[in-house]
Design a protein. Structure first.
Ligand code: ATP
Ligand code: MG
Length: 434
């Protein structure tokens, strides 16, 4: 993509409304713009990141055997009355009346709707297990939307729902999702720690939240420093139950669940920090299947209510979360897997014909090799170009100036480490295409 043709409205100054780094940087890097409190438009650069995160989430759900569906954003209130949550949900639910006076709502979550889909179609244990997920915009009328996309009112969520005949099988489905979550966050370059969670208004008995550690996180967290090591040397092997056991053995708790007295971690090994919740999984048995009468015929006996779990990931929150975990004073540092482009190519001699020609060729070669590249072909000065590249945080910056051109080399900078090297364009191309 040529920057001269792109839509990248960057800001030089810190916007006054942003209190935390990710919010500031997302506005400054031209990734999002606010439409109303907690409701954002995604501009081209931001949307590319959102889509990459979404795709990693999707691939790991698919790998775990979950099946993608797409449910609507608007739901009928009737189902929520059936489950008993229509009144309970309170003011966070955006309630809408259609022209016929029917009560509707903008979905804050989908347990009811998915259970309705399931109960209409599935009648026998032979069709189990099933896990259905979708990636869809949710609306929750948060009392205090803040921190940009981290606590929005409209936000993109992946939510999966598992259906099993027995609680024992339900726990197997839960474990499969637990492992999928570990893989998902590791692929994004994140240290996400599973913490036993309060089951809260969704209810049930087994639940974990996945939190990434960042100073600006909303929750206070306490965890064993073993997790740092496990994340740095991330690997999961063995069956799901073994992996879950391994990842739930070290102490980890959010402030609601932390208990000084029962926490037996030695003072020097306990890390106190702050965390951002990026995922939350529940096993809640027949909490919804019973009131909604989602029953299946088992191998013997009368039909029974299916055992369910639900599994959320905050896809849009992750964009902010990753920035919180990975930035410096100059801007964002994208992990390669979610970077909007892999390479930022800068022409430092945009008024010199040979420099333009050289850059145009390198740009064409990179594109032909399938490397995602953003090419700063504008007439701005070198200082502005470097500052802009640091701000938007592409993993590899490559600068071509008159001096390098004379020596037949380009200057390559690794955004994360700051390391700079001079390479021939051929060597650079080979490295990027590998
Ligand atoms: P929180 O405790 O942060 O309010 P929650 O427990 O209400 O979240 P869940 O219902 O578990 O959230 O939703 C699943 C995931 O969706 C969360 O783990 C989080 O990553 C994301 N999420 C929830 N609320 C928001 C929001 N207002 N803005 C952005 N992402 C959100
Ligand atoms: Mg939660």
């Amino acid at each position: 993509m040529r920057m001269s043709r792109y839509f990248l409205p960057t800001l030089k100054e810190n916007p006054a409304e942003a209190q935390i780094a990710s919010h500031r940087l997302m506005l400054r890097a031209g990734m999002v713009r606010q439409g109303a409190a907690g409701i954002y438009s995604w501009l081209p650069l931001g949307l590319r990141v959102l889509k990459k995160i979404e795709q990693i989430v999707r691939e790991e759900q698919d790998r775990a055997g979950a099946l993608e569906v797409l449910m609507p954003t608007i739901q009928s209130a009737d189902l929520w009355s059936e489950s008993g949550r229509y009144d309970d949900y309170g003011k966070e639910m955006l309630r809408i009346t259609d022209r016929h006076g029917r009560e509707m709502l903008y979905g804050p979550t989908n347990e009811e709707l998915i259970t309705d889909i399931f109960r209409r179609e599935v009648k026998s244990y032979r069709d189990l297990p099933k896990n259905l997920y979708h990636i869809q915009w949710k609306f929750r009328d948060e009392i205090r939307p803040r921190f940009g996309v981290m606590r929005g009112r409209e936000f993109l969520m992946k939510d999966a729902y598992s259906f099993d005949l027995t609680a024992e099988d339900g726990v197997k489905s839960y474990n499969a999702m637990f492992v999928a979550y570990l893989r998902t966050f590791a692929r994004m370059g994140l240290t996400a720690i599973p913490m036993r969670a309060d089951t809260g208004p969704i209810g049930g008995d087994l639940s974990h939240e996945f939190l990434i550690i960042a100073e600006t996180g909303e929750s206070e967290v306490f965890f064993h420093n073993k997790f740092n090591d496990m994340s740095d040397n991330f690997k999961v092997s063995g069956d799901h139950a073994t992996i879950v056991a391994e990842w739930t053995e070290p102490y980890a708790a959010t402030e609601e669940m932390h208990d000084e007295d029962s926490c037996s971690v030695a003072e020097g090994e306990l890390v106190r920090g702050r965390g951002i919740e990026v995922g939350h999984i529940f096993f809640f048995g027949d909490k919804y299947s019973k009131p909604l009468n989602a029953v299946v015929q088992g191998p013997e006996g009368p039909p029974s209510a299916v055992q369910m779990g639900s599994y959320g990931i905050g896809v849009s929150r992750l964009v902010g979360g990753i920035i919180e975990a990975s930035h410096d004073d100059n801007g964002i540092i994208w992990p390669e897997a979610v970077a909007p482009f892999k390479v930022g190519l800068m022409n430092l001699g945009p008024k010199k014909e040979d420099c333009v020609e050289f850059c145009d060729k390198l740009y064409a070669d990179l594109e032909a090799a399938g490397v995602e590249v953003l090419y700063d072909d504008r007439k701005d000065g070198a200082g502005a170009k470097f500052a802009n590249m640091d701000l938007i945080g592409l993993p590899w910056q490559v600068a071509v100036g008159p001096r390098g051109l004379k020596n037949g080399v380009v200057e390559v900078k690794n955004r994360a480490t700051g390391e700079k090297r001079e390479l021939t364009p051929e060597a650079f191309l080979a490295e990027m295409a590998a």
